[in-house]
Design a protein around this ligand. Structure first.
Ligand code: FMN
Length: 284
């Protein structure tokens, strides 16, 4: 059966920074019950996706430090050099079929009770950890922020050593410290990381810039963030502040944005600009 030419573009290569995806099929990050606990199954499953034709095959969220420990959930981890080999196996399985391997890095912030690592959870402001654990997250001071940036950068460098082609800086789904900093309902800071939207986005911007500086033209750097939480009037919304988010890092190659679990929004800075030009009086 011949292909409808309207879909031809899906099969054309696309550049993502210095790397080129052989088509437009981009398997977004998703947890799968395997992660670091069942690394052989995880690597084989990602390999099957590459074999099936996805040009970019992503990990699930990979947490970057013991203070981000969500043991109990079966996810990925990149705390030290010891975590490189299992991720390298995934990269090999993906590369074997000519696809690009993407890693999504996160620190779980107040979603990390750190029950295994016994670290003190870190967050934008003093707040209880989510869930049943009777644990309090501590508001990050400037040293914590410097440490967090270093942990993220170390994870980027380890990801490159594992063989990944693209690194995704993550601020979506309420599951990432950098994303949690953006939300006024969590961020009560009065320093340069709190208050205005530009201040609340600062940390995310910094980890993106750190990553880009470290990898140069050896890896693509992309960002995943939500512009619409679908959580009512006090949450991010694509018609209010969420729309401004995509303009906070004009030089960053944005892979797209999406909401989850309820949404299906996909946007890019260019799409936001098009919408704004149609409706110049839209609130910001
Ligand atoms: C079981 C499950 C696990 C997921 N894990 C992640 C994850 O680790 N990181 C992430 O960015 N998104 C994760 N997602 C969200 C998906 O990447 C995706 O955004 C979602 O399934 C909705 O699809 P859409 O964005 O195409 O609308 C997960 C989704 C599901 C259903």
């Amino acid at each position: 059966m011949s292909r409808d030419p309207r879909y031809d573009i899906l099969f054309e290569p696309v550049e993502i920074g210095p790397v080129t995806a052989r088509n437009r099929f981009y398997q977004v990050p998703h947890c799968n019950g395997m992660g670091r606990t069942f690394p052989s199954s995880m690597a084989a499953m990602r390999g099957v996706k590459a074999e099936g034709g996805w040009a970019v095959v992503s990990t699930e969220q990979i947490d970057i430090h013991p203070s981000s420990d969500i043991t109990g959930a079966t996810e990925g981890r990149l705390w030290s050099d010891q975590d490189i080999p299992y991720l390298a196996r995934m990269c090999d399985a993906v590369h074997e079929h000519g696809s690009l391997a993407l890693i999504e890095l996160t620190h779980n912030g107040k979603f990390a009770p750190a029950a295994y690592s016994r670290e003190v959870p870190l967050f934008a402001s003093h707040m209880p950890v989510v869930g049943n654990a009777p644990v309090q997250a501590r508001a990050m001071d400037k040293t914590d922020i410097r440490n967090y940036r270093r942990w993220h950068l170390d994870a980027v460098k380890r990801a490159r050593r594992a063989g990944f082609d693209i690194v995704c800086c993550y601020a979506a789904h309420n599951l990432s410290l950098a994303g949690q900093f953006m939300l006024p309902r969590y961020n009560r800071r009065t320093d340069e990381y709190g208050g205005s939207l530009e201040n609340r986005v600062r940390l995310f911007r910094e980890i993106i810039e750190d990553a880009k500086e470290a990898v140069g033209d050896t890896m693509g750097v992309v960002a995943r963030f939500a512009v619409d939480e679908r959580r009512g009037p006090k949450a991010w919304s694509s018609t209010r502040k969420g729309a401004r988010l995509s303009r906070c890092w004009p030089n960053c190659p944005i892979s797209g944005t999406s909401t989850w679990p309820s949404g299906r929004t996909t946007a890019s800075p260019a799409a936001s600009r098009r919408r704004d030009s149609r409706n110049p009086s839209s609130p910001s």
